[in-house]
Design a protein around this ligand. Structure first.
Ligand code: ASP
Length: 326
């Protein structure tokens, strides 16, 4: 073979190898990037097969599937990651099984105080509400703060008032409070719902909504509405939604830390998430929790250091799964 034939051939081989390496997902396989990916969670905690009747397990699975379907419908038709995240979270907020909106846990004085946030990975636009007591769907209020205000976070009465002015439904506390939560009042219950999505345009978004931790002090705000702690999205790295002992997630800016590890340390989504969940939260603080994430290549993660996390995912490739236990 002549030199002028070898050079283009060598170039072709090199390009092929380079391209293949760059397309590797975190498991090391060469699966092509999916057109879209959606991952959801319904909270992590001491969830075990013995503590959850098979009937309840069925109900959770059914609800998680419904949330996935709602979000996937948006992504399949070319809708944005932000819209998909909202659609999935709305289903879980309206379902009293989860600790968000209807069915949220109660504060020490028997009220419901809700936190939610959303972030768009394209432009770092973000919105959040904290400690709302009457907004039926806090994730919609968070979106309105992002889309229609100059602010990132509104709290308490001001946030509820803003939601009404934006045309959102307002309800009495009775709507949120369920018999199940009244019976659990003295228990240490947590939980949250969240979703992350990669849309067909390669954009990422993340959202989180919660009633926080049961028996929390009135006015306590957790990580879920704190951008960078419970929620983060950046098209250059990943979209993250967290669940767990919020104080530790705030102190360790968990969601942003994963982004920073990926961006500045070149860690994969899996490496960064595992470091934060096990080496930092569990090892250093004995803090429980988990998170879901998607990177800009479409790799996903559902990682937790508890016995269970309600979770599920769906991809354009047809892969889909809902799981509860480890
Ligand atoms: N992170 C939530 C909070 O601390 C609770 C949870 O996700 O379980 O408010």
């Amino acid at each position: 073979m002549k030199l002028f034939q070898i050079i283009p051939l060598a170039f072709l081989i090199f390009s092929f190898i380079f391209h293949s390496c760059n397309n590797k997902n975190e498991a090391g396989s060469n699966n092509p990037k999916p057109d879209y990916v959606l991952v959801i969670h319904g909270g992590a905690g001491a969830i075990s097969p013995t503590g959850l009747t098979s009937d309840l397990q069925q109900q959770y699975r059914h609800s998680l599937n419904a949330a996935l379907s709602a979000g996937e419908k948006v992504l399949k038709s070319g809708g944005s990651a932000t819209k998909a995240v909202i659609s999935s979270i709305l289903i879980m907020e309206d379902d009293s099984l989860f600790n968000s909106a209807r069915g949220a846990v109660l504060t020490k004085n028997g009220h419901v105080e809700l936190d939610a946030s959303i972030m768009d990975g394209q432009d770092h636009n973000a919105g959040a509400v904290a400690g709302v007591k009457h907004t039926k769907n806090p994730i919609l209020a968070a979106y309105k703060v992002m889309a229609n205000s100059d602010h990132v976070m509104l709290s308490g009465k001001g946030a509820d008032r803003f939601a009404v002015l934006q045309g959102l439904d307002s309800v009495s506390q009775d709507y949120f409070i369920t018999q199940r939560r009244l019976l659990q009042l003295k228990n240490n219950i947590k939980g949250t719902v969240g979703a992350v999505a990669l849309d067909k345009n390669g954009k990422l978004a993340a959202g989180t909504s919660t009633g926080g931790m049961s028996m929390k002090k009135w006015g306590r705000i957790g990580d879920s509405p704190v951008i960078g702690a419970g929620t983060w999205a950046d098209n250059r790295s990943c979209a993250i939604s967290a669940t767990g002992h919020g104080e530790f997630f705030i102190r360790n800016v968990v969601a942003h830390d994963i982004h920073a590890r990926m961006l500045y340390m070149n860690q994969t989504l899996e490496e960064a998430s595992k470091t934060v969940i096990y080496d930092i939260l569990l090892e250093k603080y004995n803090a429980d929790g988990g998170l879901i994430g998607i990177d800009h290549h479409g790799n996903m993660i559902m990682e937790f250091n508890t016995s269970g996390m309600f979770r599920g995912y769906t991809k354009s490739t047809g892969e889909t799964e809902v799981r509860i236990f480890k």
